[in-house]
Ligand binder design. Sequence first.
Ligand code: DAT
Ligand code: MG
Length: 138
Amino acid sequence: TAIEETLVLVKPDGVARNLTGEILRRIEAKGYSLVDLRMLQADRELLANHYAEHEGKPFYEPLIEFMQSGPTVALRVAGNRVIEGFRVLAGTTDPTAAAPGTIRGDFGRDWGLKVQQNLVHGSDSIESAERELALWFA
Ligand code: DAT
Ligand code: MG
């Protein structure tokens, strides 16, 4: 297998809860390599591009609002099968249902908001990883 790169985001809830270090620790402990890192306040244009596949869905507007609520940490992470591997580390989308041992399962919960605050994003395919890395590390 070829070495892949993926985009990981520590979303505004993860940054606000001081979980950036813990999330980085898990990625590094798994054996993946951190290639690049930046902290930024995402604007609507970036987020509309990033979440284009979800435009029109009921959670889209609250998601875009939430993602602008504070700084995000963007990580370029490399390793064999890292795209799949990080999504396993992250756990399922709904943090209530995410397995313990995963980032979302250990640190996430339902806060009663319209949006799922689930701490992290990970690209879901080689194509989306390339597209998303170009957006966040332009
Ligand atoms: P993932 O982040 O696990 O790849 P996704 O791409 O389907 O999930 O959705 C992107 C984000 O949108 C997700 O992290 C949280 C939010 N979201 C998804 N489904 C949702 C839902 N049913 N209700 C509220 N927010 C949702
Ligand atoms: Mg997704």
